[in-house]
Ligand binder design. Structure first.
Ligand code: ISE
Length: 345
């Protein structure tokens, strides 16, 4: 069965998702490309052979020839568009964050719970990265003993002038909040965020988190690292540790040196992860069997709750508790849910 997809938003990530779906995901049909900027939408739509180009997302949602929408418009539009998509009976893959605030994320969860069916996934693609996958397997197979800590580095080449420490927490660090929660299979209790004054437009932010299973997670977010896009992680357990390895396809030997290159941003580093995530999403819609790695709306809310506490911590210089809410029935692991997981394996 094929799935007719509309892409809403054709910025950096919308364009990347459209290319992946058009070229790498069997069963996906690029039905609509939608962007408020018509010229940009048309250029991408023509290039990828999309069936239609539109500028109004609400018109996209009313079409009967669209089964699923990939939402990659600005963050502050995510919740409303996702809720409208649920009402229109569409499946959704929403880029992270599900919403900038927990209140908006909760509105999505309420809408999905009313429907009584999980229709929404969130683009936490690192769950599909083979390196993080190896780390999670090592943890589950007991190779490193009991998990004690996860050390994370998240470095971007450069951030725009207007990027703030708060945005490092609400826009960049959610990837780590989510992947560490996923690898450790735990929840966060509290967070401390610090940033030192710097001559840079944005100085690094450092976060420490405690989990409900007694582990520590630390995250350096450095959005002006200058030298390359660099994500590192080490899981430390009572019997050993696992280091994340970025995919390396070549080293360049010349002028008495051996050089390994960095990517300029996250797209090449996580190309496999994006591809595998999008395949899993299309497969879940086509077959009804959900890959357990796909992040759902509840996962989206959880990372927003941590980000909110982290921003308050940065502003007050104090440890902040991370709100814990009861998991609604729709997101609990039930027998029916695990059957779907089994089917997906
Ligand atoms: C950006 O929004 C992303 O999602 C990237 O994956 C991340 O590395 C970057 O820091 C964010 O700003």
């Amino acid at each position: 069965m094929s799935v007719r997809v509309a892409i809403i938003g054709t910025g950096v990530m919308g364009a990347d998702h459209a290319k992946i779906l058009a070229s790498d995901v069997p069963g996906a049909i690029l039905q609509v490309i939608c962007d408020a900027n018509e010229a940009r939408a048309r250029e991408l739509g023509d290039h990828l052979g999309a069936a239609h180009v539109l500028t109004d997302p609400i018109e996209v949602l009313s079409r009967t020839d669209v089964d699923a929408v990939l939402i990659a418009s600005p963050d502050n539009t995510h919740a409303d568009l996702t809720i409208a998509a649920i009402a229109a009976g569409k499946h959704v893959l929403c880029e992270k964050p599900l919403a900038p605030t927990s209140q908006e994320s909760l509105r999505v969860i309420e809408a999905e719970s009313r429907l009584g069916e999980r229709r929404v996934h969130v683009g936490f693609m690192r769950r599909f990265d083979p390196a993080y996958g190896a780390m999670k397997s090592a943890m589950e197979d007991g190779v490193v003993g009991d998990a004690l800590m996860m050390h994370n580095f998240h470095r971007n080449v450069t951030a725009p002038e207007w990027f703030t420490g708060e945005m490092a927490i609400s826009n960049s660090a959610p990837h780590e909040f989510d992947i560490c929660r996923f690898v450790l299979d735990t929840e966060y209790l509290s967070v401390l965020a610090v940033q030192m004054p710097s001559r840079n437009s944005i100085a690094p932010v450092f976060l420490v988190l405690k989990t409900s299973d007694g582990q520590m997670v630390n995250i350096e977010v450095n959005n002006n690292a200058a030298y390359g896009y660099d994500v590192r992680c080490e899981l430390v357990g009572s019997a050993g540790s696992v280091d994340l390895k970025a995919p390396v396809h070549a080293t360049y030997n010349a002028s008495l040196q051996s050089v390994q290159r960095f990517d300029a941003d996250w797209r090449p580093r996580f190309a496999d992860a994006y591809r595998l995530q999008n395949k899993a999403w299309i497969n879940a819609i086509a077959s009804g069997a959900t890959d357990p790695r796909l992040a759902n709306a509840w996962d989206g809310l959880c990372s927003t709750l941590v980000a909110e506490a982290g921003v308050v911590s940065l502003q007050t210089g104090t440890w902040q508790p991370v709100s814990s809410l009861d998991v609604p029935a729709l997101y609990q692991v039930t027998k029916a849910n695990s059957l779907l997981v089994e089917k997906a394996k």
